[in-house]
Design a protein around this ligand. Structure first.
Ligand SMILES: CC1=C(CCC(=O)O)c2cc3nc(cc4[nH]c(cc5[nH]c(cc1n2)c(C)c5CCC(=O)O)c(CCC(=O)O)c4C)C(CCC(=O)O)=C3C
Ligand SMILES: [Fe+2]
Length: 355
């Protein structure tokens, strides 16, 4: 298949996937954690979080809304590519989507993965999903993953507007004093250290998250803020990025902070880890501490997010320049699951679980 720009004939939106009913929760979690050494107690707890919302994760509906917005954005700009939807962990599964694309005669498609970041979970694992899905069928299309977009101006500005809207929800007396706290998904510190091509120095994920937080705060004219982590899993003796948002609220309270704006810059949509870990657990802790609490929305529902996807596609077509506001290394483009570099974002050997 010729790899000339004109030859792209579809876009696939590739995401994490989530259950859409109570019976789907367990099999979904088994897909997510297959071979990953997550303790059964943690899985039981996470299953409860999903069941609390009727077993329905918001993520699939949010991704369908993103696809609709991108469709409209493509139509406005005369981009004539059909858009497909595939997931790593739940239906529509990427394997089925790639098979459907092949049946439709798609030969050379672009892939937008719904993570802004480098690192194993946000980037490399999506390359692996692409390779696995292609290997499963004979006439799979070529699939080129688009780049990491953690510092794209449209992403940064959409997150900044989410913070402004959250600030407006706070009681008058807290608006000017509320502490701005960014969160992103924690990962094991060893996985973070191994993130990115070796020559880029490692820690690609946490460096990009830190720079995105900095760029958002700069857009807001706020120079004092915190970056903390959320949603850790794995056994307690394995170190993950810290501090956790809930512990951090305790620490802020001890320092006399009485209002916070929590901005989940690490996520593209208000999926389950946002509505449970922040809107339920962190908000609950803030209430116990008597702290005013507002949570910023995520960028996925902002009209600029569809523009961002359109611009990333046009970048790959060579009709738009790359737009970035940061300086940390940024990678993520690969054809047919090819990694950004040899050994890029390798997942370190997991310690075996005690009996
Ligand atoms: C960096 C990162 C992102 C952001 C980048 C991106 O967006 O890709 C992200 C997103 C998401 N993570 C999600 C859900 C889960 N993540 C889990 C487990 C894990 N996540 C990890 C990292 C990340 N995860 C890691 C290192 C693990 C440990 C196991 C492993 O090494 O894989 C587990 C297992 C149970 C648990 O332990 O929590 C679940 C259910 C959902 C969907 C939520 C919904 O359904 O609405 C989304 C968008
Ligand atoms: Fe996760």
């Amino acid at each position: 298949m010729a790899n000339t720009p004109e030859a792209y004939d579809a876009l696939m939106v590739l995401s994490f996937g989530g259950p859409e009913g109570p019976d789907e929760v367990r099999p979904f979690l088994e897909n997510v954690t297959r071979g990953r050494g997550i303790p059964p107690e943690r899985l039981d707890a996470v299953a409860e979080h999903y069941l609390h919302f009727g077993g329905v994760s918001p993520i699939n509906a949010l991704n369908r809304a993103i696809i609709e917005a991108v469709r409209a954005e493509f139509d406005t700009h005369g981009i004539d590519l059909p858009i497909y939807f595939g997931n790593r962990n739940w239906h529509p599964l990427i394997e089925d989507t790639v098979a459907e694309m092949a049946r439709d005669g798609v030969g050379n498609a672009l892939v937008f993965a719904t993570s802004a970041w480098g690192g194993y979970s946000g980037c490399r694992q999506y390359h692996e999903d692409i390779a696995r899905a292609r290997a499963a069928i004979a006439d799979a299309p070529d699939l080129t993953k688009l780049r990491q977009f953690y510092d794209h101006p449209l992403f940064i500005d959409a997150v900044a507007d989410g913070v402004r809207a959250a600030r407006a929800e706070l009681p008058d007396r807290s608006r000017d004093t509320a502490r701005l706290v960014f969160t992103a998904h924690s990962v094991p510190t060893t996985a973070d250290a191994a993130g990115g091509p070796r020559e880029a120095g490692g820690h690609l994920y946490s460096r990009q998250v830190a720079e995105a937080a900095h760029l958002v705060s700069a857009a807001l004219g706020v120079d004092d803020y915190d970056l903390v982590w959320q949603s850790r899993s794995g056994p307690p003796r394995v170190p993950w990025l810290e501090p956790d948002i809930v512990d951090h609220l305790d620490a802020l309270h001890d320092r006399g902070v009485d209002a916070v704006i929590v901005a989940p810059v690490g996520f593209v949509s208000d999926h389950l880890e946002v509505v449970w870990d922040l809107d339920t657990e962190a908000r609950g802790r803030a209430a116990e501490l008597g702290m005013a609490f507002a949570r910023a929305g995520t960028a996925g529902t902002d009209p600029r997010f569809a523009q961002l996807v359109r611009q990333l596609v046009q970048e790959q077509l060579g009709t738009e320049p790359p737009r970035r506001r940061g300086t940390e290394p940024q990678f993520g483009v690969g054809c047919n699951g090819q990694l950004c570099a040899v050994g890029c974002c390798e997942l370190p050997a997991r310690p075996t679980r005690p009996a």
